[in-house]
Design a protein around this ligand. Sequence first.
Ligand SMILES: [Zn+2]
Length: 221
Amino acid sequence: MVHTIDALTLVFYPMGGHISGMCLKGSGDVLIAINSSMTDGRQRFSLAHELYHHFYDDMTTTICPRDINVTADVEKDANVFASFFLAPPAALSEKIKEIRTKRKILDLAGVIELEQHFKMSRGAMLFRLLDEGELSQDEASSMRSRIIYHALALGYDDALYRPLQKEKAMITYGRYIRQVEELLRLDLISNGRFEELLLEAFRPDIVYGLNEGNEGDELID
Ligand SMILES: [Zn+2]
């Protein structure tokens, strides 16, 4: 769905340990970049966070820290927005009620159930549950380690807690790709330049047709 926001180019790129993402706005264009070395759950949160900068923040350039527990007002607002975007308040409180009925308390297994349901990272889920007063600081602190182990031990897949697969660590979606295709279609660039522009945007899959395989391989269902 984010891919269809007309002005938006979305880039996934490994950015090291301190940055979660960035939002750069030009005239009618916006570039959102997400640090793809973070976990899948955290990247979803980062993307929702950057959408706040796109839609509700006047700054033209924002580089966002990895630490969720920031004090800067706009960063905090963007985190709260992201949290509500991924787990709408009514849906979250209903799910918490269900877990408290079933398990009596909101323990680690309950938190894992919540983060799996809303596809959020542990950090993002604890941030929200602390904000809602559902957990104490001590309870939250005790849930910050051995995250993958506990999820696997409860029978969950660990995909949420790892970065996306390697071939998606660097990739561009959205407006940029549409514009390059349009330039070729209008004969404004050569085929060679078209391929160059796509390769610069980490899309060898389009240039070399890496996803196509045999016609019969494409899954219709
Ligand atoms: Zn930010």
